[in-house]
Structure formats: C-alpha cells, structure tokens
Design a protein around this ligand. Structure first.
Ligand code: COA
Length: 324
C-alpha cells in the first residue's frame, strides 16, 4: 500500500510592521520606481523588537493545526526551516515544540538551506511519513531575516522581509507529495552569504556587523537557469507534462525570476502564486506563506497539482510536486 504525505492544513503569520519602499527611500539611495521595476516588491514586514522567529512560527503553526483539525499532541515530527534561529541552540523546532505543548517526545529539528529551507524540510518530512515512521508532521518555514540585513546596503535591504508559513502533513492513502528533488552546489557559497558566524568571525557577530552580502546579478542568472531546469526535472521524474500543472508556488525572490520560471513552464502568471509585492523575500518562509494565502483565498483547490520551487544561498535549490 502506497502512503503519501498530504497537506492537511496550512497557516502563516506576518509581523504587524509594514516597511514601504517610500520609507526605504529615506534610508538608502534608492527609489520606489527602481525597487518595483527591478524586483516587483512594494512593501515587506519587519519583526518588532523582541519578536522572534519562534513567535512567528508559533502563530503560523497554530493556524495550520487549526485548519487541519489536528491536536498538537498528534504531531509526531516538527521540522522547521530557518536561517535566523532564535538561539544558537536548542533548535527553533524544539522551542516551537515547547510553545505548542507537544510533550510526546517526538523528533524536532531545524533545517538550514536558506531560501530553499522549506522545500528541504518538506522533502525530509515526506520521507519520514512515506517511510512509515511518522503519521503527522508539522513543517514550518520561519524567518526574521531583517536581523541579518545591513540597513545601509541598498543592494540587499530592499529585498528581504520577515514572516512564517506552516503546513501539517498527514499520512494518507489517496494523494499528497508525489515527487521532490533537492540540489546544492557549495562552490557558489560566496555569491550569497553572511560571511561570519559562531566559529568564524564571531567578533564581527558580537560587534553587530554580520550581514547578508550578495552578488545580485550572478544570483539572478543562476536562479533563472536552475529553477527552470528543476521544474523540467521534476516533471520528467513524474512522467508529467507542463499542461498537468495547475499551480506554481515559487520562492518569492524577484518577480522577474518568477516570470522566467512561468515562461519556461509555459503557464501564464495567473497560474503562479505571487505575493512578493507585499512580502518581499522572506527566505524559508516565502513558499509556505504564499501557499497558505493561495489556499485561504480559494485559489489552490483540493485535487489540484502544485509545484513548489525555491533557490537559496549555498547554492541550494529544489522542487516539490504534490496533489493538494
Ligand atoms: N536602488 C537603486 N539602485 C540600486 C539598488 C537599489 N536598491 N540596488 C542596486 N542598485 C544599483 C547598483 O548599485 C548598480 O549600480 P551601478 O550599475 O551604478 O553599479 C545597479 O543598480 C545594478 O543594476 P542592474 O544590474 O540592472 O540590477 P539588476 O537588474 O541585476 O537588479 C537585483 C538587481 C538585485 C534586483 C537582481 O540582480 C536580483 O534580484 N538578483 C537576485 C537576488 C535574489 O533573488 N536574491 C535572493 C536569492 S534567494
């Protein structure tokens, strides 16, 4: 008997504070026109002082549990994707487990694949479920990316935002995730990175100077190629054609990268879930945030075939194909 991991419920959460392009104009040498035309972003959310990744993850998870009609005690796996954990350790997944009062000693861990983190987390949770070890998993992408942004660097500060998205995955005999593909190539690590951390350049971290650095146009070119290729790869793996896809839920990094993916897939932008205008790039949260909004708006319906795809620092990239 085949077992699938099916999305039983989705949730998301955003900080209250909206940071507009107009406000950024007074912070760095940029313009609303430049940001909108190059990226498609007009505003993003920024976590309040003291508001953490786990706070955002908790709200998104409670939404997803509620939508799935699942009691937290029935969650037997928590996988949380983040690049901006609350603490060095324990993992934010463990902190979340405590917040949700999950006391059944089931495994909980973080995944670090930057903007592809949620795709990596979904793939892992899918393997736990289809392997028969887990019946009900909570998979979260949550970030306070604003904390690792240099707000004087116009190359990066206009792009990113904070948020969280979550799904409850349940073992199901009918349908669910049918394919997933993960890739990484560490040779590209310097194109998009925070070059300091715990065991390297910790003095910079302590001095408050450890921020995201990016070679934007190189990242752009790689993303367009890799995200196009991975859609073809996942379709080929499943023996499906482009016409079989109802929705594309791409990582929300740049509207021009999203448009290139849609073009490669041969689908119009109205079959692509786009939230970048209001969220910016929320890293590991971007795909589950967009997915939750589309489900709640009634766009993505039960039985429809959805491809999720993302690329992040590393580089890491991946795609998941599911019947929702
Ligand atoms: N406002 C105004 N000008 C800006 C700017 C800003 N916020 N940020 C950069 N610029 C300037 C640069 O300094 C550069 O100026 P110069 O030519 O005088 O040196 C110029 O704009 C770069 O222009 P261009 O090369 O045409 O930009 P672009 O079309 O490549 O767009 C990005 C820049 C960053 C929007 C684009 O490369 C991108 O989205 N890359 C991918 C980023 C990404 O997705 N990262 C996350 C992946 S998970």
């Amino acid at each position: 008997m085949t077992i699938f991991a099916r999305v039983a419920g989705t949730g998301s959460s955003l900080p209250d504070r909206i940071l507009t392009n107009q406000e950024l104009e007074s912070m760095v040498d940029t313009s609303d026109e430049w940001i909108q035309s190059r990226t498609g972003i007009s505003e993003r959310r920024i976590a309040a002082e003291g508001e953490t990744t786990c706070d955002l993850a908790e709200k998104a998870s409670l939404d997803a549990l509620d939508a799935a009609g699942v009691d937290p005690q029935d969650i037997d796996l928590v996988v949380l994707a983040t690049t901006t954990p609350d603490q060095v350790f324990p993992s934010t997944a463990c902190l979340l487990q405590e917040r949700l009062k999950i006391s059944n000693n089931s495994p909980a861990f973080d995944v670090q694949a930057v903007c592809s983190g949620f795709i990596y987390a979904l793939d892992l949770a899918n393997k736990f479920i289809t392997g028969g070890n887990v019946k009900c998993a909570l998979v979260v992408g949550a970030e306070t990316f604003s904390r690792i942004i240099d707000w004087t660097d116009r190359n990066t500060c206009v792009l990113f935002g904070d948020g969280a998205g979550a799904v409850v995955l349940k073992a199901d005999q009918e349908s669910g995730i049918t394919s997933s593909i993960l890739h990484a190539n560490g040779a590209y690590n310097r194109l998009l990175h925070v070059p300091h951390g715990v065991s390297k350049g910790f003095d910079r971290v302590q001095a408050g100077g450890a921020f995201t650095q990016m070679q934007g146009s190189e990242v752009f070119k790689f993303a367009v190629r890799a995200l196009g290729d991975i859609v073809d790869e996942v379709l080929e793996k499943e023996g499906l054609s482009k016409n079989d896809i109802d929705w594309l839920v791409p990582h929300q990094a740049n509207i021009r990268i999203i448009s290139a993916s849609a073009k490669r897939l041969g689908i119009s932008l109205d079959k692509v879930i786009v939230t970048i205008e209001r969220h910016g790039n929320t890293s590991a949260a971007s795909v589950p945030l967009a997915f939750d909004e589309a489900v709640r708006e009634g766009k993505i319906k039960r039985g429809q075939r959805v491809i999720m795809e993302a690329l992040g620092g590393g580089f890491t990239w991946g795609a998941v194909l599911m019947v929702y």
